[in-house]
Design a protein around this ligand. Structure first.
Ligand SMILES: NC(=O)c1ccc[n+]([C@@H]2O[C@H](COP(=O)([O-])OP(=O)(O)OC[C@H]3O[C@@H](n4cnc5c(N)ncnc54)[C@H](O)[C@@H]3O)[C@@H](O)[C@H]2O)c1
Ligand SMILES: O=C(O)C(=O)C[C@@H](O)[C@H](O)[C@H](O)COP(=O)(O)O
Ligand SMILES: [Zn+2]
Length: 359
């Protein structure tokens, strides 16, 4: 097992990465205020891992309240959030009850937001079971739900007490979901870590084949990148916005196509290629860089062409992005592979031309 620390002063917490961690009560117990937890999961993950985690905790004397939600991005909304509050209230959960998110990013974001708001805040633990949630969503404290008009529009920054990433759970993950997670892994290389990008180019086939050593390294290096950025800028007043590479376009795709039709990672991959095209038009990215990016996304099993929504629809949806300032959309663009910036200083005609690719 490897451990990283997210250095956030009194809100600091460890990320443990390893195999068969669902059996490790000793890693969880020190983070509980009281021996009662509510495990929030979904109808897909519950039959796979709920029993195992519950038994681990019950054997250590912890009372477990299971909360099983419907599965899918289309359920990351206020109705599903209310199901969590309902269960917590029915069980008379107190401020000392810890919520445990057992599942992918949808469960993590919902559970984190429930924890941030139930009784004005109860502790929570992330046990991510998708690659995407192990490398990205479980770390950093962005929690929330979607709105029909936009992705993640309602939420809170609220840090977990602990992240427990059990690599063994990835063996049951569908290949399409593994690929979606690789989009966020590749993101770290593109925005700030050229040596990692080069390592990913050399080891993509092993990752797709679920090679344990390759996965462990990719998850650790991704979490290391994310933890560093979050420690410097917890609430996204600067550098953290770089973690949004491809998301301005990608969130528009997810919303327009209907939540869940394009997976988050798929939309991020195609969105990153649109951002790359805009960077190229600004003279910051070469044709050779774009070819490398396209090749790595394809090798990861990800789409590189965004859907044809039309220029106006893209602009309209991107106008709701959280990075908008004074009505102007800001993009994360690249100045080569491994170097990125957030800017509103792009050429409008270049943006129109980029969007016309997806028109
Ligand atoms: N908070 C953040 O910082 C952050 C970062 C990135 C993404 N996100 C959010 O995360 C969500 C995407 O997360 P995701 O890609 O994990 O999707 P997801 O949570 O929908 O999980 C993907 C699918 O895999 C299933 N699943 C989960 N673990 C499994 C396992 N071990 N074996 C088999 N099936 C399993 C799920 O039930 C689901 O059907 C999006 O809503 C996105 O906006 C948040
Ligand atoms: O942690 C962050 O910061 C990120 O931007 C990570 C993204 O991968 C993630 O999808 C995040 O939820 C997007 O944030 P949003 O603020 O654009 O909703
Ligand atoms: Zn993302």
């Amino acid at each position: 097992m490897q451990t990283l620390q997210v250095e956030l002063g009194e809100r600091a917490y460890p990320i443990h990465i390893g195999s068969h961690l669902l059996a490790r009560a000793d890693l969880i117990l020190p983070h509980l205020k009281r021996k009662q937890v509510a495990i929030v999961t979904n109808t897909t993950v519950a039959p796979l891992y709920l029993e195992q985690l519950s038994q681990t905790l019950q054997a250590a004397g912890v009372a477990v309240i299971p909360i099983i939600l419907p599965d899918g991005e289309q359920y990351k909304n206020s109705d599903t959030l209310n199901l969590i509050y309902d269960a917590l209230l029915q069980h008379r959960c107190e401020r000392s009850t810890t919520l445990i998110a057992l599942g992918g990013g949808v469960i993590g974001d919902l559970t984190g937001y429930a924890a941030a708001t139930y009784l004005r805040g109860v502790p929570f633990i992330q046990i991510p079971t998708t690659l995407l949630s192990q490398v990205d969503s479980s770390v950093g404290g962005k929690t929330g739900i979607n709105h029909p008009l936009g992705k993640n529009m309602i939420g809170a920054f609220y840090q977990p007490q602990l992240v427990l990433a059990d690599i063994a759970t990835l063996h049951t993950l569908p290949a399409r979901e593994l690929s979606a997670g690789l989009a966020e892994v590749i993101k770290y290389g593109l925005i700030r870590d050229l040596p990692f990008f080069e390592w990913l180019e050399a080891h993509m086939a092993e990752l797709v084949a679920l090679d344990e050593d390759a996965l462990r390294y990719a998850i650790y290096r991704s979490c290391e990148n994310k933890a560093e950025v979050v420690a410097k800028d917890e609430r996204e007043s600067g550098e953290r916005a770089l973690l949004n590479l491809g998301h301005t376009f990608g969130h528009a795709v997810e919303n327009a196509m209907g939540y869940g039709v394009w997976l988050h990672g798929e939309a991020v991959a195609a969105g990153t290629m649109l951002a790359a095209d805009l960077s190229r038009r600004m003279g910051w990215l070469s044709d050779a860089d774009i070819a490398r990016m396209r090749a790595i996304f394809v090798a990861a099993g990800l789409p590189v062409e965004a859907p044809a929504l039309g220029v106006e629809r893209y602009l309209d949806l991107m106008g709701l992005d959280k990075k908008v300032v004074d009505g102007k959309i800001r993009f994360v663009l690249q100045q080569g592979i491994g170097k990125s910036l957030v800017t509103s200083d792009y050429d409008k005609a270049a943006l129109q031309a980029t969007l016309a690719l997806a028109a």
